[in-house]
Each structure stands twice: as structure tokens, then as C-alpha cells.
Design a protein around this ligand. Structure first.
Ligand code: NAD
Length: 254
């Protein structure tokens, strides 16, 4: 049990990578606070964890809303007394070259993908600073480091998450807090399905093209990213600070 006795808060945990990570963390002994906007799917995730003998609680909150996040953190601390791991996972896709984007579309992607890291961290950090321990995992993307067509807002948001991760690490290292980033390649989740449907006339051909970009020749699975999150959450990664961790089937070399 690699997370025995740990309390973990995962944002956007009703679907895809967040859900997979919630199930894995619970199977490793963690109590999991499942956050999402989607109450139905969030409750389903909690039920799946409980059916497997794990401990989990759903708390609905919009990660961009300071009041609702503050209340979520207070509820989590009232119930579990501590938060050892914060996984800032919630995020949305954004499609379009820069000139095609309306300012509202830009603001929405930045709002969720970067402010959605800032706000939960802001309310969890004082607690971790007091305890002088904690692991924060921020969801970036390999797109922070490679150019992909028509992903301007998304790439900018995930590059910002990577820069923020490093900056946070410097500020909180002396409190015993580690802050690292995950950089997945293309992972087959509802998020990617939606992106492909919205962006291509022939999503199957687009998937085939995406697969050829990855040295692995295939897309990743949510479980692949969940395993990396488990490593960063656990004490096994205690010497990793401010690091980008790639789970990308080698796409950065493709
Ligand atoms: P997903 O759409 O399956 O899950 C994202 C979850 O976040 C959803 O349940 C959604 O309801 C929730 N969410 C969205 N906005 C929210 C908000 N404001 N407050 C709370 N919850 C909110 O997506 P996924 O593929 O599992 O992606 C998870 C993260 O991984 C995202 O940050 C995404 O950018 C990142 N990522 C995904 C891929 C990929 O290929 N799937 C690659 C790199 C990075």
C-alpha cells in the first residue's frame, strides 16, 4: 500500500485520468476526495471506490471559483483532518489557431486550466505549510514542449502550468512541500474523444495520425498517467522537486 494513511484531493476526478487516479490512489490505501463539477459522475466514482473497499468522498466545486474551492477544502479538512496530496487535474481542451480564437474562448481555457491550478493550491497550501509536508501534482501536457497545430490557447495554458509548477516548487520547498508536473501525450479519454469529434471530419483517421506521432505507435490510457501520479504522490518520489514527468509514448521525440 503505497499511500496508506494519506488523504488525497483530486480535481476533475469524475472522468478520464482523474477518475483512474482516484481508483488507483484508493486501491493503495489513500482516502480520496473526488472533486468535479459533474455530481452524477463524481458520485459514481465514489461508489466504485467504495465497492472495491476504498474510502472516498465526493465534493462538488468549480476549481475556478474561490468560494466553492475554499468551502471544499474546509469540508475535506473537517472530515479527514489533513490533505497530503493535491492533484490539480481538472482541465478542458481548446482548439484553434490564435487568430481564430475569440477572447472568450481564450479566457475559458486559461480560466480552467491555469486558474484551476492556482485556486485549489491557494487554499490547500496554508494547511500543507503548517504541517510542513505535502505533494502537489499539476496537470500540464507534452504540448507545453512541442508544437501542435491549432492548439494555441491549450498549449499556452499548459506551458503556464509547467512554469507555475517550478515557481511554486521554489516558494514551498522550505515547507517540505513538493510540486511536480505531469506531461501526458495523447491519452484516450472522453476529453480526447470530444476534441477529435469537434476538430475533424474523420475522427478515426485523426486517431490513426495521432498514433503515428507517438514512438509507442499507440495512444496512452488513463491508467498510464495514474501510475505516474501515484509515483509523484508517494514518498518514493521524495527527491523529485519541480520536475516535469513525461507519460507520452515518446511523442516529444516523434
Ligand atoms: P476528462 O474530460 O475526461 O476529465 C476532466 C474532468 O474535469 C471532467 O470530469 C470535468 O467535469 C472536470 N472539470 C472540468 N472543468 C472543471 C471545473 N471548472 N471544476 C471542476 N472540475 C472540472 O479529461 P482528461 O483527458 O481526463 O484530462 C484530465 C487532465 O489531463 C486535463 O487537465 C487535461 O488537459 C490533461 N491532459 C489530457 C490529455 C489527454 O490526452 N487526455 C493529455 C495531456 C493532458
Amino acid at each position: 500500500m503505497r499511500l496508506q494513511g494519506k488523504v488525497t484531493l483530486i480535481t476533475g476526478a469524475a472522468s478520464g485520468i482523474g477518475k483512474s487516479t482516484a481508483l488507483l490512489f484508493a486501491s493503495q490505501g489513500a482516502s480520496v476526495i473526488v472533486n468535479d463539477l459533474d455530481q452524477v459522475k463524481g458520485e459514481e466514482t465514489v461508489q466504485e471506490i467504495r465497492n472495491l473497499g476504498g474510502e472516498a468522498t465526493f465534493i462538488q466545486a468549480d476549481v475556478t471559483n474561490p468560494e466553492s474551492v475554499k468551502s471544499m477544502v474546509e469540508q475535506a479538512l473537517a472530515k479527514y483532518g489533513q490533505i497530503d496530496v493535491l492533484f490539480n487535474n481538472a482541465g478542458i481542451s481548446g482548439v484553434g489557431a490564435l487568430h481564430e480564437l475569440e477572447p472568450e474562448q481564450w479566457d475559458r481555457v486559461m480560466g480552467i486550466n491555469i486558474k484551476g491550478v492556482f485556486i485549489p493550491s491557494k487554499y490547500v497550501l496554508p494547511h500543507m505549510m503548517e504541517r510542513k509536508s505535502g505533494s502537489i501534482i499539476n496537470m500540464s501536457s507534452c504540448i507545453a514542449e512541442i508544437g501542435l497545430a491549432r492548439r494555441a490557447s491549450y498549449a499556452a495554458s499548459k506551458g503556464a502550468v509547467l512554469a507555475l509548477t517550478k515557481s511554486m516548487q521554489v516558494d514551498y520547498a522550505s515547507y517540505g512541500i513538493r510540486v511536480n508536473a505531469l506531461l501526458p501525450g495523447t491519452i484516450y479519454t472522453p476529453f480526447v474523444e470530444q476534441y477529435l469529434k469537434n476538430s475533424y471530419d474523420d475522427p478515426e483517421a485523426a486517431i490513426a495520425a495521432l498514433k503515428t506521432r507517438q514512438l509507442s505507435g499507440d495512444l496512452g490510457l488513463p491508467e498510464d498517467v495514474a501510475q505516474a501520479a501515484l509515483f509523484l504522490a508517494s514518498d518514493e518520489s521524495k527527491f523529485m522537486m519541480g520536475s516535469p514527468l513525461y507519460i507520452d509514448g515518446g511523442v516529444v521525440f516523434g
